[in-house]
Design a protein around this ligand. Structure first.
Ligand code: NAP
Length: 278
């Protein structure tokens, strides 16, 4: 029988993701599934916020009692100007993806991408990272979170990026030619794609390393799409263990959910919510 109670009601708490654009986000499906699974009277929306309205929007949402925010491209740095405090992860990475009420009418900023990245790795392809060499392809915001996470575990991070100057800012730089990438991948225990390459292609992007990869190594793609990315499929075909970006999305979301609600995140329900959308 259908639940007769009206929803949302006057006690419903709001959580949301802000971005520009944000209509593609999978976070509403994932978080609303979690709220339903635990019987929490919360609702999660995707709010398109233009770049020139970020600070006033965040302050307004905090003032209106919003229970938590996620932040996506291109606002991960700009939101810091509207927050009362930042976590050590935000201080190191320089960007936030999660805002949590500070108890005084504002938000404090956190970055759960780093913790989500590691949790997905630990669950899908456990690896001893202390002293291990990692090839990180990409040097944007997500790559900064990944580099922070990996260094926290003692990994040696080598960075390859289309724009070499950005690679050098983030770690020990590697050339971006196919030969450079395959050589570096061959020496790495873990290879991470933190570029946006691979989203719209049906074959593995030639810019990403492949020939150097094989059994005993792990390939981790931050990009996610239905059925997995072609690069990850090609790595698996060569015998590498793989980690799908959807698992990172799940665990960064779970870490945010726990901070907003104080509840243990219902991972199975969140995974099912993502599966409906992908
Ligand atoms: P970003 O800050 O815009 O950085 C984009 C990166 O991709 C840069 O390193 C850029 O290189 C590189 N790139 C873009 N187009 C390229 C091309 N045609 N050839 C070579 N390199 C190219 O974006 P971001 O926030 O770091 O996000 C990167 C990816 O990670 C996105 O696909 C995003 O969806 C994904 N992501 C996934 C999760 C998850 O939970 N799974 C979380 C965060 C992000 P240049 O420096 O040369 O421009």
């Amino acid at each position: 029988m259908a639940d007769p109670r009206p929803w949302p009601d006057a006690a419903t708490r709001l959580a949301a993701v802000i971005g520009w654009p944000v209509g593609h986000s999978l976070s509403p499906a994932m978080h609303n599934a979690a709220f339903r699974a635990l019987g929490l009277n919360w609702a999660y929306l995707a709010l398109p916020v233009p770049p020139d309205r970020v600070v006033e929007s965040v302050r307004g949402l905090a003032g209106a009692g919003c229970g938590g925010l996620n932040v996506t491209i291109p606002h991960k740095v700009a939101v810091l100007g509207a927050c009362s405090a930042v976590s050590p992860a935000v201080a190191a990475i320089g960007a936030a993806n999660t805002l949590v009420p500070d108890g005084a009418g504002g938000f404090r900023a956190d970055n759960t991408d780093a913790a989500g990245f590691l949790r997905a790795l630990d669950e899908c392809a456990p690896l001893h990272l202390d002293g291990a060499e990692v090839l990180l392809v990409g040097a944007g915001g997500a790559a900064r979170a990944v580099a922070f996470a990996l260094r926290g575990r003692g990994a040696r991070v080598r960075v390859a990026n289309r724009t070499p100057a950005r690679a050098a800012e983030l770690g020990d730089p590697v050339g971006f030619s196919p030969a450079d990438l395959d050589r570096a991948a061959g020496r790495a225990a873990l290879v991470v794609n933190a570029t946006s390459l691979g989203l719209g292609r049906d074959d593995a992007p030639p810019e990403l390393p492949l020939a150097g990869l094989g059994p005993g190594q792990v390939a981790y793609d931050l990009v996610y799409r239905p059925g997995g990315t072609p690069w990850l499929a090609a790595c698996a075909a060569r015998g590498a263990r793989t980690v799908d970006g959807l698992e990172m999305l799940l665990h960064q979301g779970a870490a945010a959910f726990a901070q907003w609600t104080g509840a243990e995140p219902p991972l199975a329900a969140m995974r099912a919510g993502l599966a409906v959308r992908t």
